[in-house]
Design a protein around this ligand. Structure first.
Ligand code: SF4
Length: 221
């Protein structure tokens, strides 16, 4: 695969973060509280799959692993699109090997609605950028997308899934995604480590898992 949604988001926060993911991932240190938050987000996402009733999930793992089999997911998604399945979860799309899996794809009369689930109480700019990457890939695959929503975690735990329409913001980022995706593709393949200095991007929007490595490197220089 070229650039996934996660790659894109990490590369846009810091190119060196994406490069280290590809070339030196063992340097990564994920704090336990961050892992707990990621696990809670995955659990919320799993529960949200049923927010529109029955659904089909596209996730396929390589045998004996928890590693997604992206080729199998792409094929399964195409089969369900062709069959007109009303709600497809983890719907996989690829364009020039750039890849994303959409949390929830819901068929409408004229096309589809795309839902990105976030275990958070409010819209944040990085959530919109995340949805914009998916919209870009899905549109490049020529699927008609009518609306794009973030699904937030509302206060009512009996009905916690709160969709917020971000269609216009996401469409406005199409050219921005196109303007960066190919640069990140090239950069992640280069042999040399990018000479990125630590700075505000080490903390925002997410604390970087290479913080210890880069800051130790900075002290040595
Ligand atoms: S610690 Fe900072 S400079 Fe190093 S990879 Fe992370 S964001 Fe980039």
């Amino acid at each position: 695969m070229a650039i996934t949604k996660t790659d894109f988001m990490r590369g846009m926060q810091c190119p060196k973060m994406l490069w280290l993911d590809k070339h030196r991932p063992k340097l990564k240190v994920i704090p336990p509280e961050v892992q707990a938050r990621l696990d809670a987000g995955n659990d919320f996402g799993d529960r949200a799959m049923g927010m529109f009733g029955p659904y089909e999930e596209m996730t396929v793992y390589h045998p004996g692993t928890q590693v997604p089999d992206k080729a199998a997911m792409l094929q399964r998604t195409q089969e369900h699109l062709a069959a007109g399945t009303p709600v497809i979860c983890e719907a996989a799309f690829s364009n020039y090997n750039n890849y994303c899996a959409v949390d929830i794809l819901r068929r409408t009369e004229g096309g589809y609605e795309l839902y990105e689930v976030k275990n958070a109480p409010a819209v944040r700019p990085q959530f919109v950028r995340d949805a914009a990457f998916q919209y870009y890939i899905v549109r490049r695959c020529r699927l008609p997308v009518e609306r794009v929503f973030l699904v937030l975690h509302g206060e009512d735990e009996d009905a916690p899934f709160v969709p917020v329409d971000v269609t216009e913001e996401v469409k406005g980022l199409y050219d921005w995604v196109n303007g960066h995706i190919w640069d990140l593709n090239r950069m992640q393949k280069q042999a040399e480590e990018p000479g990125q200095e630590p700075g505000a991007q080490c903390e925002r929007p997410y604390a970087c898992w290479y913080y210890g490595y880069c800051h130790a490197q900075e002290e040595r220089e």
